[in-house]
Design a binder for this molecule. Structure first.
Ligand code: GLA
Length: 702
């Protein structure tokens, strides 16, 4: 037992403060916002928050606790719904213990009457709070858990707008801003993977906050499965954010003594707008121990075979592509789908992770040798959670798939999901992948996942969606432990599995299957709200985009891909000499600046409609890259001046256009110039008049 309980507990980051107050014997967030003065007494906050009794209302308000509880009469959605066959539903856990460290608070509450214990673990790293709730069954019989939220975080009433994320395959991370009223904003995901359409993140702002101004909050759930995100506004004016893994009926039952811990909610806040919120997240991810391996060397430029050859693998063609890739500066060659079993189309072969002897009679050795002789690393595509019914694995183990018989399985890319909740499935898939890693010098796995868990029934007839995700995490963790040098990419038909949970065990995300440079700008902008550039797979696609049919210039395709973990995904044999030269120059430009791109601070710019602009600033303010893309024809003769952000106002910067190689537009600043940071930020400058679908990249050096 720690020190006697006090009334309030506080954690501070450089820019944020958290105050948890014990109200009616339960822990509740009293303040979560921009940093408070060191000497501010939390008692002031509770005095200021005091409210009188309202008409036709309870005499006092049941607390909006870290877990709001039914047993306390909370009028909104509780943080926990659990019961024993309909009994013990009105949880009433009261605080019994607090542990406090400089950056961490752990609150333990117990409810002996209903046999449950709650532990709220709140850890502040940098300016990001990571918080989990753990529920333990301390009763004598099993406890059914319908839902359990990570610690619930209140929003001030004046934070009335939220930005949710929506999207689809090849159109991920799209923002939608909405005003809140009374009631609940709700995003549920039942696709079994993080999903393209319900990314588990949300932003909340005071009215009219933008990239550089206003109070803005960020929330994200680090979980790669079904989830529920809600923002509830009660009639009494209290507003809160709750995030949780979503459970199917009966999916979670805790035996006596058993515990369940929620995925973490990752929260941050700033009074300097949405840009600062993103930078908090980026700094947090960059500081995580699992991210450090990415720091060991520059992120290698990729070549990916998918859009060049699809399933039509021919080692000679792939070797020719490898030569062309090396010639434009590629550093890692990734062999995509189609190399194994009977996988000559998406109708067969998933599950049989042996190199196809028909296509590669000598195995992958000759191709890998060639790739390595060209100075590149070798990467390989796998999709271990899936099986085609037309595969040796399925014929041997039809019982290994998730399903809800007698209902037929919803067809989805001719494949079914292996139940990673089963130990024998995990063991087999670990062994199959490990065999490949033992046999070949593979530096990188593209771990794909191409269907929803539409009917996630396990072998015992119970729902197994949660167990599948936990099983996947276990296999990935085991592979990471056994093969620490192998990098892993999280792909799920593009960006369908991007979250802090999967990123604790993978090294980048395949952001989207869309390589359309203009669509990519908004996808990447959405992605950037939570994730830094070095985790964002971004490829230069073919001349005519295979997904949108749009023809966009090589300079634009380069300008878009250059700001992520850059790669190329096109048939290099089909590019003309000018495109090839531009591509090689673009790769060289990326390499020249990738350290800045992969460590710098991102400043998205609130540009006029029809323009996408952002800057990446070196940590010490010494240099920056500015990206400016014209999306549509501008309204007037000239676009709005562009104001930069994040520069040192007193410093002088040399401004120079570094891309495209041939800037056709007339522009007084074409030859560059020297300007004060304050002038560039407060007055801004006139960008060149660009055609729609063209971009410039500027470099600033102090
Ligand atoms: C998914 C991925 C693609 C590619 C294909 C291969 O769609 O997102 O990048 O790997 O699968 O089948």
């Amino acid at each position: 037992m720690a020190a006697p309980l006090s009334a309030a507990y506080r954690l501070d980051g450089a820019n944020v403060s958290l105050v948890v107050e014990i109200i009616a014997e339960v822990p509740a967030v009293r303040y979560w916002g921009p940093r408070l003065p060191d000497d501010l007494d939390p008692a002031e906050l509770s005095a200021l928050a005091a409210r009188a009794e309202a008409n036709a209302s309870p005499a006092y308000e049941a607390p909006l606790a870290l877990t709001p509880q039914a047993g306390q009469g909370f009028p909104g959605r509780p943080g926990l719904t659990a019961h024993r066959g309909g009994l013990d539903w009105a949880s009433y856990a009261l605080l019994v213990d607090v542990e406090q460290a400089a950056d961490r608070l752990v609150f333990t509450s117990r409810d002996d009457a209903h046999g449950l214990e709650l532990v709220h673990d709140l850890q502040l790293s940098g300016d990001v709070l990571a918080a989990t709730t753990r529920l333990t069954n301390i009763g004598a019989e099993a406890l059914q858990v319908d839902h359990l939220a990570a610690p619930v975080i209140p929003l001030p009433g004046f934070v009335g707008q939220i930005i949710g994320f929506e999207g689809r395959w090849s159109g991920e991370f799209q923002l939608r801003r909405q005003d809140l009223g009374m009631g609940t904003w709700l995003h549920e995901n039942r696709r079994g993977r993080t999903s393209h359409d319900a990314f588990p993140g949300l932003l909340a702002t005071e009215r009219d906050a933008n990239e550089t101004r206003g109070l803005a909050f960020g929330f994200h759930l680090g979980w790669s499965g079904n989830h529920r995100l809600s923002v509830e506004t009660l009639a009494d004016g209290r507003r809160s954010v709750a995030m949780e893994a979503l459970f199917m009926p009966g999916e979670i039952s805790l035996a006596p003594g058993e515990s369940l811990t929620t995925p973490a909610i990752f929260a941050t806040v700033s009074d300097a707008g949405l840009g600062a919120v993103s930078r908090h997240y980026h700094a947090f991810l960059r500081a995580r121990p699992e991210h450090q391996r990415l720091r060991a060397k520059p992120r290698p430029v990729h070549y990916n075979s998918w859009e060049a050859v699809y399933f039509d693998h021919d080692p000679q063609v792939l070797m020719a592509l490898a030569e062309k890739a090396a010639a434009v500066g590629v550093e890692r060659f990734v062999l995509d789908d189609g190399w194994f079993g009977s996988r000559r189309s998406d109708r067969a072969g998933l599950g049989d992770w042996q190199v196809s002897p028909d296509v590669y009679p000598q195995g992958l050795g000759p191709l890998i040798d060639k790739v390595r002789a060209l100075g590149m690393e070798f990467g390989l595509w796998v999709e271990p959670e899936m099986v085609n019914p037309d595969s040796d694995l399925f014929r041997a183990h039809p019982e290994w798939v998730l399903g809800t018989p007698p209902a037929p399985q919803i067809p989805f890319r001719h494949q079914l999901v292996l139940d990673f909740g089963r130990p024998e499935v995990r063991e087999r898939m670990y062994a199959d992948v490990a065999t490949l890693l033992e046999e070949y010098p593979i530096a990188y796995l593209k771990w794909d996942m191409n269907r929803d868990l539409s009917q996630p029934g396990g072998a015992d007839g119970r729902a197994g969606a949660t167990a599948h995700v936990l099983g996947l995490y276990e296999v990935l963790d085991r592979l990471r432990a056994s093969y620490p040098a192998v990098e892993i990419e999280s792909c799920a038909s593009g960006g369908g599995r991007a979250d802090f949970g999967i990123l604790a065990r993978t090294d980048r995300v395949w952001t989207s299957d869309s390589n359309d440079a203009l669509d990519r700008l908004s996808i990447q902008r959405g992605f950037s709200h939570f994730f830094p550039a070095e985790l964002m797979g971004a490829h230069v696609g073919p001349t005519r985009c295979h997904i949108t049919g749009r023809v966009l210039s090589m300079p634009l395709r380069v300008a878009t891909a250059l700001f992520g973990h850059m790669g190329i995904e096109a048939d290099l044999r089909a590019l003309d000499a000018e495109e090839t030269a531009d591509l090689a120059a673009g790769v060289a430009l990326h390499k020249a600046h990738r350290d800045l791109i992969h460590t710098g601070a991102l400043h998205r710019i609130d540009a006029a409609e029809g323009v996408n602009a952002f800057a990446v600033m070196a940590e010490d303010g010494g240099e920056a890259l500015v990206s400016y893309t014209m999306l549509t024809e501008q309204r007037g003769y000239f676009a709005e001046p562009l104001r930069l952000a994040g520069l040192n106002p007193a410093a002088e910067y040399d401004l120079k256009a570094v891309w495209p190689l041939r800037l056709k537009a007339e522009w007084p600043l074409k030859q560059g110039g020297r300007f004060r940071g304050a002038a560039l930020m407060q007055a801004g400058f006139h960008p060149p008049r660009l055609h729609p679908g063209t971009a410039v990249i500027l470099h600033l050096k102090r």
